[in-house]
Design a protein around this ligand. Structure first.
Ligand SMILES: Nc1ncnc2c1ncn2[C@@H]1O[C@H](COP(=O)(O)OP(=O)(O)OP(=O)(O)O)[C@@H](O)[C@H]1O
Ligand SMILES: [Mg+2]
Length: 230
């Protein structure tokens, strides 16, 4: 999808990515742009590299060869510390298994991406309150993760992903562990955030219905990208 407005640059630009795990070549020469405000779905058979690609686009993992630019910055040229800062300021992650810290309250879990920034405790609480209201989990803020339902945990994970007002949210099978109704709620929540804040949304999914809500679908097969819907 080319952006309709003039002179936008991609949030994420990946050039000629490859990824090997030993002898296994998981990604072969992948080039991809993610534009502000677009909803991109990544589909494809199990074990074909979707999570690997998402982790590399989100700079959680590095490619074997190739470059990832985030907001026009070449991440290969950044130190781990600079990269962590850029990632924190620009990207939000939602995973299949929520990844909450079990010993922390939901409020503290949501605060985690704010940790590197110098923000006063009062401001932090306000920011947590705002995102908790947005996703509808204010009543659960003082609870521990083990006491929440799957849908509530995924809402909390979304609150954590958006607390830094990211330019892109990367979500790996965000509805896989939820029933149909809760899954639909989570997708609607992500779409509302995308529409209100012009956040790019990159969702890896097996769910055809979700994929067809996207502006663009790409399928990852044998390490290469096939456009399904542009
Ligand atoms: N850290 C790793 N070390 C070794 N091999 C890995 C590692 N991570 C992934 N792989 C392998 O890379 C391939 C792609 O894995 P990946 O998790 O990206 O697939 P996927 O498309 O997300 O699959 P699924 O739909 O089942 O989640 C698999 O064969 C997997 O075993
Ligand atoms: Mg996966």
């Amino acid at each position: 999808m080319q952006p309709s407005t003039i002179q936008q640059s991609p949030i994420i630009q990946a050039n000629s990515l490859t990824k090997r795990f030993g002898n296994l070549e998981v990604l072969k020469n992948i080039t991809l742009q993610v534009w502000p405000g677009e909803f991109l779905a990544i589909v494809g058979p199990s074990g074909n590299g979707k999570s690997t690609l998402l982790h590399i686009l989100g700079c959680i993992d590095r490619p074997t060869t190739g470059d990832v630019y985030i907001m026009s910055k070449n991440t290969n040229k950044l130190t781990d510390r600079q990269l962590a800062k850029l990632r924190n300021q620009t990207l939000g992650f939602v995973f299949q298994f929520f990844y909450m810290q079990p010993h922390l309250t939901i409020a503290k879990n949501i605060e985690i991406p704010l940790m590197p920034a110098r923000i006063s405790p009062t401001k932090r609480r306000k920011l947590v309150q705002n995102v908790a209201e947005l996703v509808g989990i204010t009543s659960q803020l003082q609870q521990k993760p083990s006491t929440l339902s799957g849908g509530q945990l995924q809402r909390a994970a979304i609150a954590r992903a958006i607390i830094n007002q990211p330019k892109a949210i990367l979500a790996d099978e965000p509805t896989d562990n939820l029933d149909t109704a809760n899954g639909a709620n989570i997708i609607n929540l992500l779409l509302n955030i995308k529409n209100q804040q012009n956040t790019a949304l990159i969702i890896v999914t097996h769910d055809q219905q979700i994929a067809h809500m996207a502006d663009r679908i790409i399928s990852l097969e044998n390490g290469t990208l096939q456009n399904v819907k542009i």
